[in-house]
Ligand binder design. Structure first.
Ligand code: MRU
Length: 365
């Protein structure tokens, strides 16, 4: 997508052949590009959320393996680098998907060929992610078009967290259909959940939408139910960090409450995701998906820009109040109207996913 007219991806090889990222912890008030020069930089970038979002975490891990192998391409280094990267964040399954893909591709090769092959494979993973998300956009825009044909007015879409281009290599998952609708001249307006505690909605989704010119309002996380009760939401589209083969959707904390409100108000609730986010080994999201618990300071403190333009962090609760910080929740398949994938839209069910991904039916057994 473009920033000030210049096209960017969220991760890329710069003119010196170094891995570059946009430091998402500095947005929306500062635009900072960082270089990842070694495996540890890639691991830190994922763990500390300079990069975040399931597909981008996977892409960063792929580059992290290249960074390790260009120092030493032995079996031992490859295995250890994979372990280091796998330990960074537990919930997004794209991390394991990308590491498995890289290891499967690289392990059989002679060590002398591994570094080059790793660079090519990481680039291929990134290019495929862009194509995949564009297709998600093509399938998802049909839902928005249908609503526009029915209502003949602006279509109001609620989204949670950031599942835009910053969460992927480009286009995004949940936001790809919205960008495609906007670019096609369909009047869309986005309700952006702020998404406490890290405010990916306020800081990242809103920043993306401003950059692209898409009309939107940031709302507090608790406003969605009220807006739905008053007919102000036509459609919800969210992303996913891991979806089971039975269609249970793990996504940023708070997604489940939005799905409940959508169900109570007859608002369609769709999840946009690439095939790499499906965990074919799991058929019960509540039982199987590890939910990341992050530090309490994300809840007790908040960072923003003062009226004087200074970035400051302040404490919210009284001294001594403890906090819990589960980062994701699971929305059961029964609350999901459909899954928007690169292969089309399907029911959130084992049958729906198996029909789109027949080659996985062995794993799904
Ligand atoms: O903790 P994060 O910011 O890495 O969370 C991931 C997300 O961005 C969301 O859960 C998103 O909706 C799914 S990733 C496209």
């Amino acid at each position: 997508m473009k920033i000030d007219g210049q096209p960017y991806r969220s991760i890329w090889l710069d003119e010196d052949g170094q891995v570059s990222i946009i430091d998402q912890t500095r947005l929306p008030h500062e635009f900072v590009i960082r270089r990842l020069e070694a495996l540890d930089d890639a691991a830190r970038a994922i763990a500390e959320m300079w990069v975040r979002g399931a597909p981008l975490i996977g892409a960063t891990a792929a580059w992290g393996l290249w960074l390790a192998l260009r120092q030493d391409a032995s079996d031992e280094t490859l295995r250890k680098a994979a372990e280091t990267l796998l330990a960074t964040r537990p919930t997004a399954v794209n991390l394991r998907w990308a590491i498995d893909d890289m290891q499967g591709h690289l392990m059989p090769l002679p060590t002398a060929e591994r570094a080059n092959a790793a660079r090519e494979r990481a680039q291929a993973i990134c290019d495929a992610d862009v194509e995949t998300n564009s297709r998600i956009g093509d399938h998802g825009v049909e839902l928005i078009e249908a609503l526009y044909r029915r209502h003949g007015r602006r279509i109001n879409i609620l989204t949670h967290c950031n599942a835009g281009w910053l969460a992927t290599v480009d286009w995004g998952t949940a936001l790809a259909p919205i960008y495609k609708a906007y670019d096609a001249g369909i009047p869309v307006h986005v309700w952006v959940d702020e998404t406490r505690p890290r405010n990916q909605g306020t800081s990242l989704t809103a920043w993306e939408l401003v950059s692209h010119g898409v009309p939107h309002h940031v709302i507090v996380d608790n406003a969605g139910g009220h807006l739905m009760q008053h007919g102000e939401v036509d459609l919800c589209i969210v992303g996913s960090d891991r979806t089971t083969r039975s269609g249970d959707v793990c996504n940023k904390i708070g997604t489940y409450l939005k799905a409940l409100a959508a169900s109570d108000n007859g608002v369609p609730f769709y999840v946009a995701l690439p095939g790499s986010t499906i965990d074919w080994r799991s058929d019960d999201g509540l039982r199987d998906i590890p939910i990341e618990e992050r530090g309490a300071s994300e809840v007790t403190h908040i960072t923003g820009k003062t009226s004087g333009g200074i970035i400051q962090t302040v404490q919210l609760p009284p001294d001594g109040s403890p906090a819990r910080n589960p980062a994701f929740d699971v929305t059961p398949a029964r609350l999901v109207s459909g899954l928007i994938t690169e292969r089309g839209v399907c029911e959130a069910s084992a049958a729906g996913l198996a029909a789109l991904y027949p080659e996985q039916s062995g794993d799904a057994g």
